[in-house]
Design a protein around this ligand. Structure first.
Ligand code: SF4
Length: 138
């Protein structure tokens, strides 16, 4: 059975399971599972409460959001090209996907980006301990 065939509550539980770091890795699952990454990105784009999109104001974009992680450890979780038309790639702890610095969503919060491993680990610990609603269904 694929995750798409699960009932809504079971689907959210399954998605939360997928978000846990894979065994033997401290990287967020969406950095290691492109299908999960794209699913979470599409959900954040389509959900009117989130509206992941190109930023119209560079002062309020993913690149300076408190959820945007570009720490050395996270860069190792996302090898390959890190720059494209959407800016630099980083990991979004709020929406659980790889996002670009020149984009934004309605959950933008002042105080980013996360640039060092200690703050990255602290954020990961908070995210994995707190109950998460899971991404919206698409
Ligand atoms: S919460 Fe929104 S603005 Fe912040 S990094 Fe994630 S997608 Fe970008």
């Amino acid at each position: 059975m694929s995750i798409d065939q699960l009932a809504p509550g079971a689907m959210q539980a399954a998605i939360r399971d997928l978000e846990a770091p894979p065994p033997g890795s401290s990287c967020p699952a969406a950095t290691q599972n492109e299908q999960l990454n794209l699913r979470n990105q599409e959900a954040a784009t389509r959900d009117p409460r989130i509206q992941y999109r190109l930023a119209d104001n560079p002062q309020s974009a993913c690149g300076n959001c408190s959820a945007f992680d570009v720490s050395p450890r996270m860069s190792q979780c996302m090898p390959g090209e890190t720059q494209d038309a959407g800016g630099r790639s980083g990991y979004c702890w709020t929406n659980s996907f790889k996002c670009q610095s020149a984009r934004v969503c309605n959950a933008w919060a002042r105080g980013g980006p996360i640039q060092d491993d200690k703050n990255s680990n602290d954020r990961q610990n908070r995210e994995t301990q707190a109950p998460k609603a899971g991404p919206p269904e698409i």
